[in-house]
Design a protein around this ligand. Structure first.
Ligand code: ADP
Ligand code: MG
Length: 695
């Protein structure tokens, strides 16, 4: 039913509603409150609590009065409307500011319901008399339909042209008009599931999400609607997964990677071996591999990816690795060249930073197949890049890429078959959330670090410790160890109005060089030219520089075994997952490593973050905490991760319901034809399927 069928909705309001995505009565029903105000406890005048918000009923005791008062400075008047109400326990004064029409609205002898903050006013001097008053309370006529008091009251984000009050009334009207219409609350969850999980019907759920009759009913309504939302999302994802699994992949007949392992200077951990088995099983099968490797920083994902690339290459296919930064792409390029050259496979690098000639050469080698291993940034997915026969796509640090970028690389196979896909992430995503984010992927986890690593000792200090840290830096560097220092800014921001100056790379480097003249210091930031970044990184790797002052460009993937001290300035600026990533740059060799976070922040959230960092080095635990503190949206920083947006579900709070939904999807059987049809219909309707379709 169209929205204009409702009373009070003219063209202006209809337009405003349409702008908020509401064109039908059904849309209104699905426009859920953003919060609630519990006004169910109605007090008498004698029971009122001063300085608190109270809800009460009262009868207007005498004719309301308007008083016109001259404004300060004399520019015109304003009006105070005064209404005296009573109940069997006393009387109370209510006032409104500049709403003269209220004088006519309130009728002497009629009963109303009010909500507002009770103030205690003092009159007179020494023997002061006090009197209670409520200024500008929310009001409504008492009667059969009370929407704004005496109940749990919904708070919406009202569209333009509406106030909380008028929008609440509109929603109520929509519910009333839908009451007798069975289509309005069409039940599309199978009865079996509802019974098993004790979920209330759709009609009760929708009514109680708007106007809960009690706390219990609200909880029941919310649970049902969250379940519904997550259930359909899971259903969509699992059907996508089915589609991908059915796609043929290049079967790699030779999956013997022992020659590769023989060349390694170490043996794989159990975690790595298991993941490699998963991969080999996938790519042998004839279907397309679509797998996510999740492993904490330093768990050794690169070597697993290289083993997979080795298999692809020995089967006569090309393999590509896409990394999010130039620095990381370079690092992979060097590692692959060193490793694969002796085995007879050529590696080429392709980044946006290549000169025209080098780029032409790289493209030619990729095209004619001389290049077996291709390493690069998102330059790899540009249209001009044509692969000879790409059999495996690897995306490193997947969380830095959008889902679409991952898919574009996959589509570079160039013929009817799509390459196998391996994505790696070091951002430890809580497992359940991983299932949602990467629901179309199979997941393998590397759950251990290579042997011999020592726990990184982590401290949090304030800036008064900085001089002592200089001593620490000196001590580490005289033992031929290396140090990272992270600053949030590149240069001094002269326009900055904030009181707390951010440490910046340029000034910091200068000051440090003055303080520690004997130490070789370099700096790095994202605005530098790629070639410059490369040479600075390789000088640091080679031990020519001892201290690297940097922005977070080195956050992901960079590997320098000899670095043992990580100092993070303005640590309050970083989220837990990011701090953990930064800390992961040290502790990569056998020597004891340290991470020192510097902050002067007194903020309790910051303090609890710092405390968590000093107490655990378990990336998964930290990720859970991060998610809890910041919510799923901020956790991933941007919306590009393909995380669907939800109407009502909250991915952190509703993990339990998510598990139930997953379970229900997996065991979905024994339902009637009509129920199946209803589900299919609903999948088409739900908004997130459009978002997911591009995954
Ligand atoms: P990440 O998982 O963070 O990408 P890397 O792949 O960069 O970790 O590996 C970190 C370091 O650990 C590398 O120097 C790598 O050579 C080393 N490494 C990987 N696997 C093992 C292993 N099984 N035993 C010893 N060292 C290993
Ligand atoms: Mg890595």
């Amino acid at each position: 039913m169209h929205i204009t069928k409702l009373s009070g909705v003219g063209t202006k309001r209809a337009d405003a509603l349409a702008a908020a995505g509401i064109t039908t009565v059904a849309d209104l029903l699905n426009y859920f409150p953003r919060d609630y105000d519990d006004r169910s406890h109605v007090k008498t005048i004698a029971e009122l609590t001063p300085d608190a918000v109270n809800t009460l009923r009262g009868i207007v005791a005498r004719e309301p009065e308007n008083a016109d008062l001259r404004r300060k400075g004399g520019s015109g008047f304003f009006t105070i409307t005064k209404v005296i109400i009573k109940d069997h326990t006393g009387t109370l004064e209510l006032t409104w500011f500049n709403q003269p029409y209220l004088k006519k609205y309130f009728k002497k002898g009629s009963e109303y319901i009010f909500t507002g903050k009770v103030k205690l006013l003092t009159f007179g001097g020494g023997s002061a008399e006090t009197r209670m008053q409520i200024q500008s309370p929310d009001y409504e006529q008492a009667g059969d339909v009370e929407l704004s008091g005496g109940r749990i009251v919904p708070l919406y984000t009202p569209p333009k042209q509406y106030t909380q009050k008028t929008f609440r009334a509109l929603i109520h009207q929509a519910l009333e008009i839908s009451n007798e219409n069975p289509e309005a609350f069409f039940e599309f969850l199978p009865a079996k599931i509802r019974k098993k999980l004790d979920l209330c019907g759709r009609k009760e759920a929708v009514k109680n999400i708007h106007f809960p009759v009690s706390d219990d009913w609200f909880m029941a309504a919310r649970r049902r609607l969250v379940f519904e939302e997550l259930f359909f999302m899971q259903l969509t994802l699992s059907s996508m997964k089915g589609v991908i699994a059915a796609q043929p992949g290049f079967p790699f007949f030779n999956t013997d990677y022992t020659p590769f392992l023989k060349e390694l200077p170490f043996t794989l951990t159990h975690g790595q071996s298991n993941v490699l088995h998963d991969i080999a099983d996938d790519i042998r099968s004839g279907s397309r591999m679509n797998r996510l490797i999740q492993g904490d920083v330093g768990s050794g994902k690169t070597v697993v990816a290289m083993a997979a690339a080795y298999i692809a290459m020995t089967n006569g296919y090309q393999a590509a690795i896409m990394a999010p930064t130039d620095v990381l792409a370079n690092q992979h390029y060097i590692a692959c060249t060193q490793f694969f050259q002796p085995l007879g496979f050529e590696t080429v690098l392709l980044t946006g930073a290549l000169g025209a000639k080098a780029r032409r050469e790289a493209l030619a080698k990729i095209h004619d197949g001389r290049a077996s291993m291709i390493v690069g940034t998102h330059a790899l997915i540009q249209p001009s890049v044509i692969y000879h026969h790409l059999g495996l796509c690897i995306t490193d640090e997947q969380h830095r890429f959008g889902v679409n970028q991952r898919l574009t690389l996959t589509q570079k196979g160039g013929n009817s078959k799509t390459p196998h896909t391996l994505v790696m992430t070091a951002t430890p995503i809580p497992r359940t959330l991983g299932l949602i984010l990467y629901g179309d992927l199979d997941i393998s986890i590397i759950d251990e670090l290579p042997p011999g690593r020592q726990e990184i000792k982590t401290y949090c200090v304030d800036s008064s410790y900085r001089p002592r840290l200089h001593e620490f830096i000196r001590k580490e560097t005289t033992q031929a160890r290396q140090v990272y220092i992270i600053c949030p800014a590149i240069e001094e921001n002269l326009e900055s109005t904030s009181k707390s100056e951010l440490q910046n790379v340029l000034n910091y480097t200068q000051e440090l060089s003055t303080g520690l003249p004997e130490i070789k210091i370099a700096y790095l930031h994202g605005k530098m030219k790629s070639a410059e970044k490369e040479s600075i990184m390789s000088a640091f790797k080679g031990g020519e520089t001892q201290v690297l002052v940097s922005t977070t460009v080195i956050e992901v993937g960079v590997h320098v075994e000899n670095a043992t001290l990580m100092i993070i300035e303005n640590a309050e600026r970083f989220g837990l997952s990011q701090l953990h990533q930064l800390r992961g740059r040290v502790g990569r060799g056998a020597a004891q490593s340290y991470c020192v976070m510097i902050t002067d922040s007194k903020n309790t959230q910051t303090k609890s973050r710092m405390k968590a960092m000093t107490q655990t080095t378990d990336g998964f635990k930290l990720a859970e905490l991060d998610l809890e503190q910041r919510g799923a949206g901020d956790f991933f920083g941007t919306r590009q991760h393909g995380l669907p947006s939800f109407t009502i579900a909250n991915l952190y709070r509703d993990m339990d319901i998510l598990k139930e939904a997953q379970d229900a999807v997996q065991k979905l059987s024994g339902i009637t034809q009509e129920e199946k049809a209803a589900i299919k219909q609903r999948i088409k309707e739900v908004t997130y399927s459009a978002e997911l379709a591009c995954m």
